[in-house]
Design a binder for this molecule. Structure first.
Ligand code: SAH
Ligand code: SF4
Length: 345
């Protein structure tokens, strides 16, 4: 919902200021999907808002649900016809997380990522970003799925720090007590390593979680599969983190996809542990090993055995490390599989 437009409309209607809060409560907390259902405001105002304002800035094209019912992927159509994907996951019983997109497509072209393969289409506005959360809140209510909404992760399509202004506004809306009222610690932003953006992010939101998609701890290899490394390489990431840990004691998450015969050898374990040790503050770094979710292309997922060996190797050198369970693979709703076809539009 466009909050500024709502404010203007309420002024136009000469409404008292508490009306705004009643509407916020109905839309953001109670997840009402129509102004006509807001019983705390007059019928005249309900009809007026219904005519002049949208709660969601997109329409649903479809929602796919995984066999186990714990992953849901929505394809949404924006007002200019572009398509957007967003995912709802239940990593634990009765707990839901929304994985939201910050851009349509992505310009960074990581070789293993479906979004990267689509190329960049456009930035999402702050309203388009936060409305994905609202969409899932409404969905949970309509489907009576139960459980509570716990986390928001910026791990859908796009690079959040290449759309910083809108992402920043969206974070402010998510943590605003009158609006979504999410705890800062329940929100995570993932970046491929845009150092300039990370700096702004930690200055503005010191309590929101930061995840860095590292995937390689060797500059030549990283540059080969992640073109962003030619802009911001491992040394710049190291310098940033070193400096960050002199001021903050917040944990930073390091994402590492295991790709068979590409970055899963003993040498890769050694490179990664060397890189992390060179940052120092090992207790503040947590490695998430990610299973590769298959997309069209040349990669394969590392075997269970290799994943275990990798995890063991890192732990042996004193690095906190867990393996993230892949979810929603059967609906292409897993990490890196978001790739709505926008080319024809
Ligand atoms: N652009 C940001 C935010 C997107 S997050 C970033 O890259 O961090 C998407 C996450 O899924 C990132 O950690 C990304 O590296 C990872 N990913 C991309 N392709 C994947 C794939 N095919 N399988 C598993 N994870 C993938
Ligand atoms: Fe973009 Fe992240 Fe995919 Fe790389 S992994 S192409 S940065 S969305």
């Amino acid at each position: 919902m466009d909050i500024q437009k709502l404010e203007k409309l309420l002024i136009e209607k000469n409404e008292k200021s508490f009306r705004k809060k009643q509407i916020y409560k109905a839309v953001f907390e109670e997840a009402k999907s129509s102004f006509l259902d807001i019983s705390t405001i007059s019928k005249d105002l309900r009809v007026f808002l219904d005519k002049n304002l949208e709660i969601l800035p997109f329409s649903k094209v479809r929602v796919l649900t995984s066999k186990d019912g714990r992953a849901h992927k929505a394809v949404l159509k924006l007002s200019d016809g572009k398509l957007l994907e967003t995912v709802l996951l239940s990593p634990k019983e009765d707990t839901w997380s929304a994985c939201i997109s910050s851009q349509v497509g992505c310009s960074l072209g990581c070789a293993f990522c479906a979004t990267g393969k689509c190329g960049f289409v456009r930035d999402l506005s702050s309203d388009e970003i936060v409305s994905q959360v609202l969409f899932w809140k409404q969905y949970l209510k309509q489907k009576e799925l139960g459980g509570s909404f716990s986390n928001i992760v910026y791990m859908g399509m796009g690079e959040p720090f290449l759309n910083w202004k809108n992402v920043k506004d969206s974070l402010n809306i998510l943590i605003d007590e009158d609006l979504f009222d999410f705890g800062r610690r329940n929100i995570s932003v993932s970046t491929s390593g845009i150092v300039k953006g990370m700096q702004k992010f930690v200055d503005d939101f010191p309590q929101i979680n930061l995840a860095i998609s590292l995937h390689f701890a060797n500059n030549t290899k990283r540059g080969e599969y992640m073109p962003v490394n030619r802009m911001y390489d491992l040394d710049q990431i190291r310098i940033f983190l070193k400096k960050y840990f002199t001021k903050s004691k917040r944990k930073v998450f390091i994402e590492y996809i295991l790709l068979k015969d590409v970055n899963d050898s003993e040498v890769d374990i050694r490179d990664l542990s060397r890189f992390l040790r060179s940052i120092g503050s090992l207790q503040l770094l947590h490695v998430n090993l990610i299973r590769y979710n298959s997309i069209e292309g040349d990669f394969e997922s590392s075997s269970e055995k290799i994943v275990r060996r990798f995890q063991y190797g890192l732990r042996k050198s004193g690095i906190h490390c867990t393996t993230r369970k892949s979810m929603g693979d059967d609906i292409h709703g897993a990490c890196g599989q978001l790739a709505t076809d926008n080319k024809k539009r």
